[in-house]
Design a binder for this molecule. Structure first.
Ligand code: HEM
Length: 405
């Protein structure tokens, strides 16, 4: 996967990924994201007269629709209330396989703890795990195989389509941006032109696109809604900004810049609950780090969550205060490197602009239509990480009542 490799292999894969996140490509995704956000608004309408719902489940289905369409060009139509929803469709099959893989990825192998405690013995543990797999490993492998068979089928179809169309023009994709759904064809075209990607590499990239873009973004979106529902004064300020833009605002890169308060709410929520609570690196050289001697190959961990809650860096760090990102006169500015939600440097999150755009468009459409109120017993929010390193996420959902405006 892109984040697990280095050197020439990393550069080769990054070259295949980069066109997806060029400004022109992001612009092409905006229409897809806005359509999905409008569907989400419509699907929530029946809930305005009902009891509280679990926002996490609903937002997950929404983000999955976007990320799968962006990666594979498949419209899932799995959202409750979608008139095009059809039992047993390709979309449902893919959704089910993905859910199994994601659930399995969250369950921890019993070998994980000894591997972490005795890193030097990892090769031995890996061999033992291969020879004597435990239940969690078997479950993960089965789910992954089902997903792999499905994606290999899509790759074969895409190859045939590309052969018939005499292969797409990568140069023009760089100029005009990548259309939603072109990730597979882009990877396949790359493997026919400048870089060779094996079938497995193509599958793994497509799988990672979904894995990296699904849980992180949907949880970040749900948590932002949680914070707004918990702080009606902040929700009122967000409503004001959204109303000023009007329902006909254009979801373009430029148009989205006129929502600074909404962006501040997103950033503040991502500070309080960073979906990736820690980033890791392996030391290349021997070095001294404060009182520690670091040897080549040692794992170093950047504790994002701790950084985001450090009271030397943040005034009243546990408070939800979006104004710290807009009101620089009141807050003395944010020190470089203290907000690390997407990582830093060349290995930082390649999908961050995609994620911010997706979250902003969804929030705008939701706030145009609704106000949100927390159900009882939602404070404090239950959070958990299931395995290390993993995603920090609401562990018992977010229960919320929806009121039409
Ligand atoms: C709120 C949403 C997201 C958060 C919080 C997030 C966070 C992160 C973090 C912390 C890293 C590691 C950075 C490091 O090691 O320094 C990362 C890497 C990565 N993310 Fe995201 N991410 C999000 C959304 C996405 C999306 C939507 C995609 C793609 C569709 C994506 C694709 C990737 C990829 C490919 C990498 C590896 C980059 C590399 O190694 O060069 N992420 N992300």
């Amino acid at each position: 996967m892109l984040n697990w490799c280095s050197g020439p292999h990393y550069r080769k894969l990054k070259g295949a990924w980069t066109p997806l996140f060029l400004p022109a490509s992001l612009q092409n995704y905006a229409t897809l994201m806005d359509g999905a956000a409008r569907n989400l608004v419509a699907s929530l309408r029946p809930h305005t007269r009902a009891t509280a719902i679990d926002l996490v489940t609903v937002v997950e289905a929404h983000v999955l629709e976007i990320v799968v369409c962006a990666a594979f060009g498949l419209e899932l139509h799995v959202q409750a209330g979608d008139p095009l929803r059809k039992a047993g469709s390709d979309g449902e099959k893919l959704r089910d396989a993905l859910k199994d893989v994601l659930n399995a990825a969250g369950s921890t192998s019993s070998w994980a703890t000894p591997m972490m405690l005795f890193p030097a013995l990892q090769p031995l543990f890996r061999y033992l795990l291969h020879k004597f797999p435990d239940a969690a490993t078997v479950r993960t492998a089965r789910a992954r195989n089902r997903l792999r068979d499905f994606v290999y089928g899509l790759i074969r179809e895409e190859r045939a389509a590309i052969a018939q169309a005499k292969s797409p023009d990568i140069g023009s994709a760089r100029r005009t941006g990548v259309k939603p759904g072109s990730f597979l064809s882009l990877l396949i075209s790359h493997s026919q032109h400048d870089v060779k990607l094996s079938e497995t590499e193509i599958f793994v990239q497509a799988y990672f696109f979904i894995l990296a873009g699904f849980g992180t973004t949907s949880d970040a979106l749900s948590c932002t809604m949680y914070h707004l529902a918990r702080h009606p004064d902040k929700m009122k300020a967000a409503h004001k900004e959204v109303d000023a833009a009007g329902v006909d605002f254009s979801p373009t890169l430029e148009g989205l810049e006129s929502f600074p308060y909404l962006e501040a709410c997103l950033r503040e929520s991502l500070r309080l609950i960073p979906p990736v609570p820690a980033v890791k690196r392996y030391a290349r050289d021997r070095m001294a780090l404060g009182p520690f001697n670091v040897a080549p190959g040692d794992m170093l961990c950047g504790a994002t969550y701790t950084l985001h809650h450090d009271d030397e860096l943040w005034d009243k760090p546990s408070n939800f205060t979006p104004e710290r990102f807009t009101d620089t006169a009141r807050f003395s500015g944010i020190r470089k490197g203290s907000w690390n939600t997407f990582g830093e440097g060349m290995r930082s999150c390649i999908g961050q602009n995609f994620a911010i755009m997706e979250m902003k468009i969804t929030l705008i459409r939701l706030l145009q239509a609704y106000t949100f109120e927390l159900a009882p017993n939602q404070v404090p929010l239950n959070l958990a990480t299931k395995s290390f390193p993993s995603i920090l996420r609401p562990s018992k959902g977010i229960h919320i009542s929806i009121h039409a405006r």
